[in-house]
Design a protein around this ligand. Sequence first.
Ligand SMILES: NC(=O)c1ccc[n+]([C@@H]2O[C@H](COP(=O)([O-])OP(=O)(O)OC[C@H]3O[C@@H](n4cnc5c(N)ncnc54)[C@H](OP(=O)(O)O)[C@@H]3O)[C@@H](O)[C@H]2O)c1
Length: 342
Amino acid sequence: MSENVRLAVYPRKGGPESITVVEAELGKLAPNQIRIDVHYAGINFADLMMRMGLYGAAPPFPFTPGYEVSGTIIEIGKDVRNRSVGDRVVAMTRFGGYSTIIDVFPDQSFILGPKIDLDAAAAMPVTYTTAYHMLVHLGNIREGDTVLIHHAAGGVGTAAAQIAAAKGASLIIGTSSAPKKEFVESMGMHHVTRGEDFIEQCKALTDGRGVDHALDPVGGRHLLKSYRALAKGGKLYAFGGSSAVPWKRPNLFAALWMWWRLPRFDPLRMMNSNKAVFGIHLGTWEKEDILQEQVKELISMHKEGVINPVVDSIFQLSDVAKAHTYMHDRKNRGKILLDCRD
Ligand SMILES: NC(=O)c1ccc[n+]([C@@H]2O[C@H](COP(=O)([O-])OP(=O)(O)OC[C@H]3O[C@@H](n4cnc5c(N)ncnc54)[C@H](OP(=O)(O)O)[C@@H]3O)[C@@H](O)[C@H]2O)c1
């Protein structure tokens, strides 16, 4: 008898209401893959952008989004040696994670052991790896460094704040919309309300120097402001373009406006001030071994209690449109997950 899988599909470019949840027949597992009974799937801002057709690295419509899942292995292919049925795992799926069951290659998965909760695990792969990749791998963050984090209350923002604190940052400045001030402060950051002059605040809080690291997922003109908030020798990480999607529906004008306002950095000026600008896109990062090392390191940091993912809310898979709307409405403080066990 064949088993069925339930999954969310983006049939075409559209708003949250365009997402459909369908049932499909489960195919045969490939000999070199494992099958995961998905408990939780992570929602990322990139999922919203790809639903709107604004994400270059997405597959063509129709497709199932979802970069990360946690769950239990229910079947292993006959050639797989290093995983067992019953293993609790977290997996980086690239796409397809919004599903009750998913097949992946074993090295896309990481065994969790009994102590890590599956909700915390699903909240980690994208957000924490992105933050770790920027601050630790590229940025070589050092004790005493100062850090500016935009979208500080969100998934990557809270992950970055925890990693920066774990590495001994002396000051973490976080920007967010006004209602999240207390939350951002509770995460150990100095809060600046979105839209306020964060350059001035960065300078004022560092005796005029500026910050050592600035994490900017906003894009457009905002990147130049983040660059100006840097100290000499500082590092800017350009890792998103949230200003391209101010609304729930695709708007080409907003996307073009964001792109048009992107700064063109002058290498001579960068040399003179020893500043660096990194472009980061985990979805197109090809050195899998480095990502895998990072995920393993993050899992052990979590086991040691050094980092602890903040899960804001968990929606049922059938309510995926509501989950997207919640993120569009800027309501999340931490990570949003889908419960795929329905
Ligand atoms: N390059 C990469 O590899 C990579 C990987 C992961 C994430 N990212 C980027 O990092 C950013 C954060 O991602 P995330 O998944 O952790 O999301 P998130 O920060 O948890 O959620 C979105 C939050 O961003 C803020 N925001 C700013 N502009 C927004 C807009 N136009 N619509 C809705 N919310 C907006 C809101 O917080 P406020 O209320 O504080 O404004 C909102 O709560 C995104 O730009 C994403 O594309 C990049």
